[in-house]
Design a protein around this ligand. Structure first.
Ligand code: SAM
Length: 221
């Protein structure tokens, strides 16, 4: 249970995080910034890390996985160029933090994680903050989620050496896909725009993500 006083303090830290970690580093999309001002990160981290919820760092969420650094999440969301009207597929639900942020910036959100225990926990956390919109699934997201395809946007928060063919196929015409691509020791954020069946690729800054494990994920997984 978080007391009223703690909630006020978390709110203060959240506003400071947006100013110092996001705006100062060039994040300017109003939809993204507003989502970060609204979603309480302290609900999505383990109890023993609540006081670190607004640090400028990824935090462990169990099973060797992390909730990503706020700046990287914001950067990826900005690269998605959301207007609020899109149908989005998120791969790598994890704690559900990014799910809550995304759901404020799009029309329909599907999120999938290969670890069923994360999906259950994320559902509970999202419900507890009144975030009821996202549809959550357990499964191998390297294959996308065919039943609801095509998607206007796809965001992958785990790394692979290239964009899985199933994700390329499930992206709608004029759609955008954002994911970390590169070797396991370091990747770049990649934005792929589908135009007349072809992909226009933009590579952005460096990052370090856990592997996308699955049939079309990192080789050997
Ligand atoms: N965005 C999450 C958050 O806000 O907490 C953090 C995601 S964490 C960096 C990466 C997630 O990708 C893990 O939860 C992991 O289980 C998931 N993952 C890895 N391979 C996957 C796959 N093939 N399908 C679905 N999820 C996968």
């Amino acid at each position: 249970m978080i007391s009223k006083r703690q909630l006020k303090e978390f709110e203060r830290l959240r506003i400071r995080m947006v100013e110092e970690q996001l705006e100062r580093r060039g994040i300017s999309d109003p939809l993204v910034l507003e989502a970060f001002r609204a979603v309480p990160r302290e609900y999505f981290v383990p109890a023993y890390l609540k006081n670190s919820a607004y640090k400028d760092t990824p935090l462990p969420i169990g099973r060797g996985q992390t909730v990503s650094q706020p700046y990287i999440v914001a950067r990826m969301m900005e690269m998605l160029e959301l207007s609020g009207k899109e149908r989005v597929l998120e791969i790598g639900t994890g704690s559900g933090y990014q799910t809550a942020l995304l759901s404020r910036c799009c029309a329909v959100l599907y999120s999938i994680d290969r670890i069923g225990e994360f999906v259950l926990k994320a559902r509970q956390t999202l419900d507890s903050i009144g975030c009821l919109k996202p549809f959550l699934y357990t499964g191998d997201g390297s294959l996308g989620y065919p039943p609801k395809a095509p998607y206007d946007r796809i965001i992958v928060s785990a790394a692979a050496s290239s964009v899985p063919p199933s994700l390329q196929a499930q992206l709608a015409e004029n759609g955008l896909l954002v994911m970390p691509v590169g070797p396991s020791y370091g990747q770049n954020l990649l934005q792929a725009r589908k135009k007349e069946g072809k992909f226009l690729i933009k590579e952005c800054e460096g990052c370090l993500f856990v592997p996308l494990i699955g049939e079309e994920g990192r080789a050997g997984s």
